[in-house]
Design a protein around this ligand. Structure first.
Ligand SMILES: Nc1ncnc2c1ncn2[C@@H]1O[C@H](COP(=O)(O)OP(=O)(O)OP(=O)(O)O)[C@@H](O)[C@H]1O
Ligand SMILES: [Mg+2]
Length: 154
């Protein structure tokens, strides 16, 4: 946080990305750092609503001020053009100011598809990765590891 570094947790469903992000968020909050957790989907919905209501600036400023902002589940739902642009604006505002934690099932190489625009995806990735820790988590889902007849077992 002191160095405004970001974390990117990349991995398949159930490997513990949200769990780790929330743990770090709780630790940050216990150290009196303003911390906020939101799914990417809700974030985009809120930013789009703010755009329609002509109060995007205030909303972006609010999201930019958190010492730690956790953006959960990037990549599960595709982003349209407006969504990608709003996401870029937020990342650009937070760049070198505060720390952002992102969880995603998509490797960075596939973000052009997620954002629907290679140029925008590159600009987002460039800022996020500049001061960052990329943590790839492999292995089986904690959700299904004890399920009998797990198809992965066969
Ligand atoms: N190290 C761990 N030991 C035991 N249980 C864990 C561990 N990490 C995560 N879990 C549990 O496994 C479940 C799935 O973890 P989590 O929700 O963090 O996955 P995820 O990677 O965010 O998945 P998704 O991409 O589907 O959102 C949760 O119930 C979580 O509490
Ligand atoms: Mg998750």
């Amino acid at each position: 946080m002191e160095n405004k570094e970001n974390i990117l947790f990349i991995g398949n469903p159930g490997v513990g990305k949200t769990h780790l992000s929330v743990s770090i968020g709780i630790e940050a909050a216990m150290n009196r750092q303003i911390t906020y957790f939101i799914s990417c989907n809700d974030l985009i919905m809120n930013l789009k609503r703010a755009l329609l209501e002509n109060r995007l600036d205030a909303r972006l400023k609010q999201y930019a001020k958190y010492k730690v902002l956790i953006l959960d589940e990037l990549g599960y739902l595709p982003m349209d053009d407006t969504a990608s642009k709003l996401f870029f604006q937020l990342i650009a505002k937070r760049y070198e100011r505060n720390s952002t934690i992102i969880t995603t099932n998509k490797p960075v190489s596939e973000w052009a598809e997620t954002f629907g625009d290679p140029v925008l995806a590159n600009a987002i990735v460039d800022r996020l990765l500049h001061h960052s820790h990329v943590i790839k988590i492999t292995g089986r889902s904690y959700r299904t590891k004890n399920v009998i007849n797990d198809p992965e077992e066969e």
